[in-house]
Design a protein around this ligand. Structure first.
Ligand code: A2R
Length: 330
């Protein structure tokens, strides 16, 4: 099958491409990227995937590449993916996630192909839920609490509307917290593991900068997440929406304690006001019964293993490129 992954150079896209290749089923993988997209995440598979250039904000570029590839399956992962940045760049976030998704759907409609399309919405669409809403079902009201969340509501709804109006076979996921090696270092567990790795390599002091440690999250490993996405396009019905997430619920502070237990160093924990969101979503516990019942998927990777792999990833990155300890990049 011909498979297109938008956002293939990102965190999830690169793991998804690796997973599909590991199945050895002979699928052809195409990825959309921009001319300056970093290729580092594809280092293990760069000669096994075909990269084509298209910014999802450019409809004509999308039409050109969709015509060339004619994919059977599209995983739409390209996005401005960081909630805090969305407060600084709301228009860019809405443009990329809402208009970019509409462009992709339009390109599929205009080129007249009939792929199964996975549309990556987000648990952020539920916003600040009440205790009665937890665990969060797909029927929970949408109360988006950031420009990112609003952009994902739009992405989610436009995908549904293209199914209703044109029969374009979209299936939406609302993935809860997922993490793993290669996660951008602005994301909480990646930021923590990077700081611990840098201190262990004596590249920085033993201070961990943190945001809100009281937020409750249910963690899922990215390698479980991409398996879920693959099962989704193969087993689920178009028009559906699914919550997907892990099964280990704890505060961000408790997850930090696990990371610190890997190290013999003593760390000082310092709250950085810049890491606190203007309106924080603090209670993200999913009900994944619908997806579990429809597919049989279960998260498998233990959180301890995920966090250890992230620490090892950062140790490897920082020992090869020590200057990365000085910067926070995405
Ligand atoms: O920014 P780049 O050039 O490095 O590429 C990123 C891509 N992307 C775009 N691609 C084409 N046109 C655009 N205008 C555009 N803006 C961003 O999306 C990168 O390859 C990918 C995002 O990667 P990450 O930030 O690592 O996100 P992650 O965690 O892989 O998220 C995947 C999906 C997204 O829909 C999130 O909103 C959702 O999962 O949580």
């Amino acid at each position: 099958m011909r498979i297109l992954i938008t956002g293939i150079t990102g965190f999830v896209g690169s793991h998804l491409a690796e997973y599909i290749l590991s199945l050895n089923e002979g699928h052809e993988i195409y990825g959309l990227c921009r001319w300056r997209s970093p290729r580092d995440n594809l280092v293990n598979i760069h000669n096994k995937v075909s990269l084509l250039e298209a910014d999802i904000c450019d409809l004509s570029a999308l039409i050109r590449q969709i015509k060339t590839i004619k994919p059977d399956i599209i995983f739409h992962l390209a996005a401005q993916s960081y909630v805090l940045t969305s407060f600084n760049s709301p228009v860019h976030t809405l443009w990329t996630n809402a208009i970019g998704t509409t462009n992709l759907l339009e390109a599929v409609r205009i080129v007249e192909i009939d792929p199964v399309m996975h549309i990556c919405s987000s648990s952020e669409v539920y916003g600040q839920v009440t205790k009665e809403d937890v665990p969060i079902k797909e029927t929970c009201p949408l109360r988006p609490a950031s420009p990112y969340a609003v952009s994902k509501v739009a992405e989610d709804m436009v995908a549904y509307q293209y199914w209703l109006s044109y029969g374009i076979k979209t299936i939406r996921t609302r993935m809860f917290t997922h993490t793993g090696p290669r996660r951008g270092d602005v994301f909480v567990m990646s930021a923590f593991t990077k700081q611990v790795a840098a201190a262990e390599l004596n590249l920085k002091d033993s201070v961990i900068r943190v945001g809100n440690l009281k937020s409750v999250r249910t963690f899922c490993d990215v390698r479980d997440a991409v398996k879920a996405y693959w099962i989704l396009v193969n087993k689920c019905k178009p028009g559906e929406v699914y919550n997907i997430g892990g099964n280990r619920t704890m505060t961000v502070g408790e997850a930090l304690d696990i990371v610190l237990s890997f190290s013999k160093k003593k760390f000082e924990i310092k709250v950085d006001p810049q890491l606190l969101r203007p309106s924080d979503v603090t209670l993200q516990i999913p009900c994944i019964d619908k997806f579990r019942n429809d597919t049989g998927w279960e998260p498998e990777v233990p959180l301890k293993e995920t966090l250890k792999d992230m620490l090892d990833y950062w140790k490897d990155q920082l020992s090869r490129c020590p200057w990365k300890a000085l910067t926070v990049s995405k």
